[in-house]
Design a binder for this molecule. Structure first.
Ligand code: SF4
Length: 463
């Protein structure tokens, strides 16, 4: 049986998009799916990350193609699926978008995997091998312990900044209204910290990335994970919420563990906006000292902000920039609020008839797909673009790095300079404003979608 696992490129992160190749690390989904293929099956498997490789649905040789789908690449995944199925190739769709919109996805695939794949994917392959494929697979794991190591050998090492990516937890206890995590993966899982550390120790090199979305939501667990990493004598970066700075002991354990960078969702310095996001537990007045504490422990801060949630006005961009410089945020990132389907934000905006377009291609954190309150769509887009450009001017980079205590560490300094220059390229390539056409119905319910995309030519596919 020949299996191809595919991650289609999406507008923002595609080879032709504004996101820079130098900022991409190896994805874990395909290599994990490859590792989960039951050994009893006679299978050859190939992983294609379209961001790094070319994929041609008209010529690919496979019995089954499994496509990982996020909202921004869903339309492309559906187009590919139609071509592949017309050629007699079985198509399986899985991933966050499929879990958010399973009924829509089922119209575009032979089978879908809903939720976590650890149990459902091997079930599906066993059924496929015996000709008994069902339409939906949704058996959820009871634990993440005992699963095989991802098949990192199937990815092209030279295409990524690092292959050293590990995952310890899934899910999040918080319920931010714009976030897909609570809607797609409400159940939380934690791997045995010692097993995660063993996996990290098996990776070559001195650094690794922990890609968990919210490992610090259980601080006791996060501390044990840090303790397990400490003997490795490696350096790592990951994600966390700013409330970890309430816990002095945890901060020391993180420093000892080799943690040198954390991505934190600051989201907004406006309390009204945070309330609308369901994140009022985060207090803007505390953010400055919390970021300084991270810096004092040698941890660089990748601070993420979201623009366009109710409560934002056109002042939000200057206010955010002022905070970014005051807090010396090592790597600030700015996204346009995106109502991903079936999140609380989406349901609210849909009910208020404020969604401009339901073509998922625009749902990438870089386009305005709804009518914001107190700001026009154009102002939201242009303000976000200007904020990126201001934050990543060479003088701005120098100012932020020079005033961040974390940059005193040589590894943090070198990494920070390199990634800042990558984001400088990203900011300079930021596309011009393009109003999104008003189209309130979903494009992807058959048969409308099929009609809208006939006839399909290869040039359209390779956008
Ligand atoms: S944005 Fe972060 S903290 Fe909020 S629900 Fe999502 S993962 Fe959790």
């Amino acid at each position: 049986m020949k299996i191809v696992l595919l991650t289609p490129q999406s507008n923002r992160y595609g080879k032709n998009g504004a996101f820079d190749q130098r900022l991409r690390y190896a994805p874990l989904t395909m290599s994990t799916l490859a590792a989960l293929i039951p050994q009893k099956l006679d299978v050859s498997v190939k992983c294609i990350d379209e961001w790094a490789d070319d994929f041609d649905p008209y010529t690919i040789d496979a019995d089954l193609v499994g496509i990982t789908v996020i909202t921004g690449n869903a339309p492309k995944a559906y187009r590919y699926s139609r071509i592949l199925r017309d050629r007699g190739i079985t198509v399986v769709l899985g991933g966050v978008h499929i879990t958010l919109c399973p009924d829509e996805a089922e119209q575009h695939a032979d089978a879908i995997v809903f939720g976590y794949a650890e149990e459902a994917w091997p079930d599906l392959l066993r059924d496929f091998a015996t000709g008994l494929l069902k339409k939906r697979y949704d058996r959820q794991p009871t634990t993440l312990d005992g699963y095989p190591r991802p098949r990192r050998d199937l990815l092209k090492k030279e295409k990524y900044t690092t292959m050293n990516v590990v995952q310890a937890t899934r899910g999040c206890v918080y319920r931010c209204t714009f976030c897909v995590v609570p809607s797609a993966w409400p159940k939380q899982y934690q791997r045995d910290p010692d097993d995660v550390a063993r996996e990290a120790s098996e990776l070559s090199g001195k650094t690794f990335i922990l890609i968990d979305l919210s490992p610090s939501s259980d601080q006791e667990y996060f501390g044990r994970l840090a303790d397990a990493f400490a003997p490795l004598q490696k350096y790592w970066g990951g994600l966390a919420t700013l409330d970890i700075t309430d816990n002095q002991k945890l901060m020391k354990r993180l420093e000892r563990s080799g943690c040198r960078g954390l991505l934190v969702g600051i989201e907004s310095q406006n309390p009204k906006t945070l309330k609308a996001m369901g994140k009022s537990w985060q207090k803007p007045d505390d953010n400055l000292w919390r970021i300084r504490m991270l810096h004092d422990h040698g941890i660089a801060v990748n601070g993420c902000f979201v623009f366009g949630i109710d409560g934002d006005t056109e002042r939000v961009f200057d206010e955010t920039l002022e905070f970014v410089f005051k807090a010396s945020i090592d790597l600030p990132r700015f996204a346009i609020a995106t109502p991903f389907p079936n999140t609380p934000l989406y349901r609210m905006l849909d009910q208020e008839k404020r969604i401009i377009n339901k073509n998922w291609e625009w749902y990438d954190g870089q386009h305005v797909v709804f009518r914001p309150k107190g700001i026009t769509p154009e102002c939201l887009y242009e303000g976000t673009k200007r904020t990126w450009k201001e934050a990543y001017k060479l003088t701005s980079i120098a100012r932020r790095i020079a005033t961040s205590a974390a940059s005193l560490n040589p590894l943090v300094f070198v990494t920070s300079v390199g990634v800042n220059l990558g984001y400088n390229v990203y900011a300079r390539k930021y596309p011009a404003y393009m109003p999104i056409p008003c189209e309130e119905r979903s494009w992807f319910s058959a048969p409308e979608y099929a009609v809208a995309h006939q006839p399909l030519v290869l040039g359209e596919v390779n956008e």
